[in-house]
Design a binder for this molecule. Sequence first.
Ligand SMILES: [Zn+2]
Length: 240
Amino acid sequence: MKRDLRQSRDGELVIEGKSLPVTFRRRTNARRIILRIDRSGLGIVLTLPHHTSSRAALTFAASEKDWILARIGRAAERVPFAAGQHIPLRGRSHSIEATGGRGTVRLLARAEPTILVPGRAAHVGRRLADWLKRQAALDLARASHHHAAQLGVRFTRVTVRDTASRWGSCSASGTLSYSWRLILAPPFVLDYVAAHEVAHLVEMNHGRRFWSLVHSLCPEADMARSWLKTHGNGLHLYGE
Ligand SMILES: [Zn+2]
């Protein structure tokens, strides 16, 4: 059994190795499956009649892959990990500066904080992505340990991934998995997702007792949920 914290989406469609988030809309008056690109420009929305299965809708979408690929990403302005770009880190805008030379990625406190990335310009994206994933793993492990200690429970390990359809998940074996993109969000949002998954170690459901555990661990849970609803999709605009 596995419980997931969904990113206000319902599934994913993989086209040529690219994972696209899918939102399903069921409409009694829909006569056929309708496919469109979502507002973020990065995912698709499938409107389907009640009797149509989501699997059939995904098969239909897959058959329209050329149409989708021609349009995806066009509506949204993607922000690559490259010198001169601005990205949020722990909810604050940072500029990216390539320093050349050797060394490790460093933060510089300025009016606009700066992330200094050493190495060749061509490698800035990869080095920054790796660094952000490590930062995410550190912050998420710290938050998970903190919440687990509050509840007196243990987990097996923490992993970070780039998942399109969920911010976090908790497996029955006690592995907590998170999206590394949470490091881009304000800290209270990352803290909430960790509290949510740790609470699943006790309650493998989304019942009343589960939510009261989450609120006891994270008083800002409601604010964090609404932040994710509004801004969560936007976190997918950064980097690869
Ligand atoms: Zn959950």
